[in-house]
Design a protein around this ligand. Structure first.
Ligand code: SF4
Length: 741
């Protein structure tokens, strides 16, 4: 066995040298060494303009270098309040995917089983005729859409308003369901509105930073850099089953059992109560439900938590003490929490810790959800899917009447029910209630949980319309009608980042062929559908921004004080809220400094629910738990864009790998770098074995970026947010059989 351990040791060294933590830091400090940010020699720029990045929710500011009005390169904006001169590899390479292969350049309609180029007019009228025929035969709800948090807010609002008010659809959802639905519901129930309270300056001002299910080093590298600028020598705590790059860099790693987080957080709450470390003055003045919460967590003793989470009682007590001793404690969570069968209550347990210790509304504090996509927050507020425009309720007649008045439309055009959630739309397809789908700028045939199920659903549709930048995504390949769309850099609008900052994107590259901005596709559709007059005011993204301002007036997300795009551009974006008449005195603002929340009694709510078992526990046949997550800072989700950049491809692992522990490798007689099979009850895939101490015995990890991965995952959902639980399902690993070779 010594040879196995020799190889394990070598892989371990390789891991430490090559894992993304140190690599990302080097990338950030010396980008040109890695081929990032090099200017083509003959293209000296003539001018620059600024815009925000179009990948993740960090919302970095970029300076785009222009020649003859076209982008020839970019560099991070040195004085942008978010990134202060830094960008991750995706930001540096943001222009490359626009020129990459596979762009959709012509509308196409399936004829004799093959997508065939047609005119825009033909494609749009074919879509309208088929959708209308389906609605007439099966009802308005038989046509639905799936959108994305990658589109600007103005386009999201247009899609949602056109789909529901114009075309009469009842159901539409977006890929924000896959990343942020849990945080949105958790905030709404606890604070009365989906309101992340923080500003990025809090990363630099905390003295204790608790990261739950968050691999910030590679998923949000610029946020990690903000932590590295913290001058208070913070205690950094990472709660994560894996020894992630972030866990390696932190002082304290709590390597919990998968989905042991809720029990751990309740035990920390109980320890704070038991030690008398609760700020009762704050709790009494600004919250409700504490007494019941305290009674509910009373049974979460350190001993019980040790047995359930694998973390010793002493270390759980130490975490409670760190929180108590900290003067400015901030809690941050991402997908390890959100993508869980009990994510909403887990997020609310984090919120409870912040409330009971008065760590909210002050610099360096907060219960802070870090968003995924560049415009997930815009989608949450204005996509008109689960919430009526501006965070309102479809079920509330007053809200419907207000939106009808603000948009000058007949109130009867606004459905009185919320959309089905993403998974329910897919179930609707499988039960023949939904017969047509319009999928805009997202790739569910790669990204949706239990992908075989999804692919079967798409195959049953009478009509699948895909609107995308690329013709070769797994979803586009199934389309009946393909509408070619412009991407980030080829159109205008605004994104809202994790800290509620609204930033501008601009058209700095001409879209290829006949590709159009999604905004213009929606205008064409409105005219063809016969509801163009309803959108007479929706003439440009900036005109829609003015409509959004109107829709936000008097709401927690009030942006009536932001004049226009130029005002946003001048100061590197503005966080909501900024009501009319209020000066922007500070561009790093947090919510709830006054302890007043958006609930009817202005109190934040404590919420509790007994932890539930994993939806798919391990068994004798499937003895390992599969964890999933981001693989590297060079890969974005389904790699639809990042795989088009040669530089980003070179910086990412070239093939699918599975991390497994040395103990499991030994037991299964698997050598490092050997090809193996990974099987769940749903599928069996091949992957290269990466033997590493980063995962514990009994757990394995596969990055999310490879399309076969979601054939394995088990479709369980948080009951409140309907967000899929991607993070844990049961699998087995085997050596390759001769028939697999
Ligand atoms: S951290 Fe996010 S926003 Fe910033 S450059 Fe990278 S992908 Fe773009």
């Amino acid at each position: 066995m010594s040879s196995v351990f020799g190889k394990v040791a070598r892989v371990g060294r390789k891991l430490l040298l090559e894992r993304e933590g140190p690599l990302t830091r080097e990338l950030l400090q010396e980008p040109t060494k890695f081929g990032l940010g090099r200017m083509p020699p003959k293209l000296a720029p003539e001018s620059t303009t600024t815009m925000v990045c179009g990948f993740c929710s960090t919302g970095c500011g970029l300076e785009v270098l222009l020649k003859s009005g076209e982008a020839v390169g970019l560099t991070p904006s040195p004085d942008h309040p978010v990134n202060i001169g830094m960008a991750c590899p995706k930001g540096w390479e943001a222009l490359a995917p626009l020129k990459g292969p596979g762009r959709a350049v012509k509308p196409m309609v399936k004829r004799d089983g093959k997508l065939t180029p047609v005119s825009w007019e033909e494609a749009i009228f074919e879509m309208v005729d088929r959708f209308r025929a389906i609605q007439e035969k099966h009802g308005k709800g038989a046509v639905a859409w799936l959108g994305t948090g990658q589109m600007p807010t103005e386009e999201l609002a247009f899609l949602g308003a056109l789909g529901k008010f114009g075309m009469g659809m009842i159901h539409g959802d977006g890929n924000t369901r896959q990343c942020m639905a849990t945080a949105a519901v958790a905030y709404k129930e606890a604070f009365g509105f989906d309101a992340p309270p923080f500003t990025y300056a809090d990363f630099e001002e905390s003295d204790v930073i608790v990261l739950v299910g968050s691999n910030l080093c590679i998923a949000h590298p610029i946020m990690w850099e903000r932590i590295c600028r913290n001058k208070h020598e913070p205690e950094i705590v990472v709660i994560d089953p894996r020894l992630t790059e972030t866990a390696m860099a932190a002082q304290h790693h709590y390597a919990i059992r998968p989905k042991g987080d809720l029990t751990l957080l309740y035990a920390v709450a109980q320890e704070l109560i038991a030690q008398g470390w609760v700020d009762h003055a704050y709790v009494e003045a600004h919250t409700s439900g504490y007494e019941q919460f305290a009674r509910s967590v009373a049974g979460f003793t350190l001993e019980r938590a040790e047995a359930d989470t694998g973390i010793s009682a002493a270390r759980i007590a130490q975490l409670a003490r760190m929180i108590h001793d900290g003067k400015r404690v901030s809690f941050w969570w991402t997908m390890g929490v959100n993508q869980s069968h009990e994510g909403t209550r887990t997020a609310q347990a984090i919120i409870a810790l912040a409330l009971m210790t008065n760590n909210i509304g002050r610099p360096g504090t907060g219960a802070n959800s870090v968003t995924g996509q560049c415009n997930a927050m815009g989608s949450r507020l204005f996509s008109n899917t689960t919430n009526l425009l501006g965070g309102r309720s479809f079920a509330d007649p007053d809200d419907r009447a207000e939106v009808a008045r603000l948009l000058d439309i007949d109130v009867e055009r606004i459905p009185s029910q919320s959309s089905l959630a993403y998974d329910q739309i897919i179930e609707g397809v499988l039960s023949n209630k939904i017969k047509a789908l319009w999928i805009v700028a997202t790739n569910p045939a790669h990204s949706w949980i239990n992908q075989s199920h999804l692919t079967e659903a798409l195959g049953r549709l009478d009509c699948l319309v895909v609107q995308d930048m690329y013709v070769d995504t797994e979803t586009a390949l199934l389309a009946d009608i393909m509408l070619p769309a412009a991407g980030w850099g080829e159109k205008e609008g605004t994104f809202i980042n994790s800290e509620r900052r609204i930033g501008v994107i601009k058209r700095v590259v001409k879209a290829p062929g006949e590709a159009l901005a999604d905004f213009h596709i929606f205008r064409l559709l409105a005219e063809a559908w016969g509801c163009g007059s309803m959108f007479a005011e929706w003439t440009s993204p900036e005109a829609v921004f003015q409509i959004l301002k109107r829709l936000s007036a008097g709401r927690p997300c009030d942006i009536t004080g932001i004049e226009d795009y130029a005002a946003l551009d001048r100061v590197g974006g503005i966080q909501w809220p900024l009501p009319e008449g209020r000066a922007l005195e500070d561009n790093q603002r947090r919510l709830f400094a006054d302890g007043r929340y958006f609930t009817s009694d202005e109190r934040a709510r404590f919420l509790f629910q007994e932890p539930r078992p994993l939806p798919e526990p391990t068994s004798r046949a499937y003895p390992l738990l599969l964890l999933t997550g981001r693989g590297s800072s060079s890969q974005w989700h389904t790699q639809t864009r990042t795989k088009r950049s040669e530089v980003l491809r070179r910086l990412a692992p070239s093939e699918l790998y599975v991390e497994l522990s040395p103990a499991d490798a030994k037991q299964l007689a698997i050598e490092p770098d050997e090809m193996v099979t990974v099987a769940s009850q749903r599928a069996r895939i091949r992957a290269r074995a990466f033997v590493t101490h980063a995962v514990k015995p009994g757990e394995v990890f596969i990055p999310m970026h490879y399309e076969v991965m979601n054939r394995l995952t088990f479709a369980a959902f948080d009951p409140y947010s309907r967000q899929p639980a991607y993070k844990a399902c049961a699998v087995r690993i085997n050596k390759l059989e001769p028939s697999d070779r």
